[in-house]
Ligand binder design. Sequence first.
Ligand code: PBG
Ligand code: ZN
Length: 327
Amino acid sequence: MEFPAYRPRRLRRTPALRAMVRETALDVQDLIYPLFVKFGSGKRDEIASMPGVFQLTLDQLPSEVDELKSLGIPAVILFGLPEFKDEAGSGAYAEDGIVQQAVRAIKAYDPDFTVVTDVCMCEYTSHGHCGVLDEGGCVMNDVTLELLANTAVSHAAAGADVIAPSDMMDGRVAAIRSALDDEGFSEVPIMSYSAKYASAYYGPFREAADSAPAFGDRRAYQMDPANGEEALRETALDIAEGADIVMVKPALAYMDVIRRVKDEFGYPLCAYNVSGEYAMVKAAAANGWIEEKRLVLETLTGMKRAGADIIITYHAKDAARWLKEGK
Ligand code: PBG
Ligand code: ZN
């Protein structure tokens, strides 16, 4: 059909008509809220570059879960700030590590609230890299796999519902899957950060999680932002190794990758709307340069339209409130 027989504006005439033909719906049930947990008590410390996001001590978790549940947000992903860091990142897989304790605290308070745990070494290593180093300062892939597997098992043992490896070592999904299965956690799914890029958009996170590399950068293990085909190969590997949910991270500069991964594999797909994406919006909003509510809902809807089923986002609480208002 062509104009004048076809007039697209006919279906934009009223709010009811627009709602009827709307193709994509943003739903609070698809959102995961990131939490930064640390030792101590009575503290909620705001992250300077991420207004509205806090590092929380363990005792703050029950009230945090209450707030999230009242907003309809079903899940958190946990990042931990350990008491001390060492070369081997031993805080990552310690039975009484910060994430392990946080999972137990949340599950003791509410067993039905979904807890995802990020599995990586960078918050726990003294050098801030995502694995253990050889003498030349290079991250050793196969040695790191065992530590990641131990970390994953310790999270599952604490009660984590989903294990999310973000380190970008080769073979980590297989290593984690077999360790989980061996230890009796064959029902615990893996959400793999399959296409994770070496991105400048992680800047604020590294302040939040105190995980900036002490030297060099992550380009020898995270992906080159210029590559799309490689994202498909990475994702294919993770699926072959047993990933249940795949991920594209960051989201905003990688909408094409989200779409390609969804089209190619049809797998449950998570987009990570990362810290730098959040910080940019907050900074512009604080200056009165953008309409925050409309912009955030537009961005999150765009990620769903691109092919994401799940979105990890620091905007989750605001988005949940705005979605409620709109109903
Ligand atoms: C750990 C990890 C990072 C993020 C999630 N897991 C940082 C990094 O890889 O440097 C970034 C999340 C964000 O920016 O919001 N590897
Ligand atoms: Zn890492």
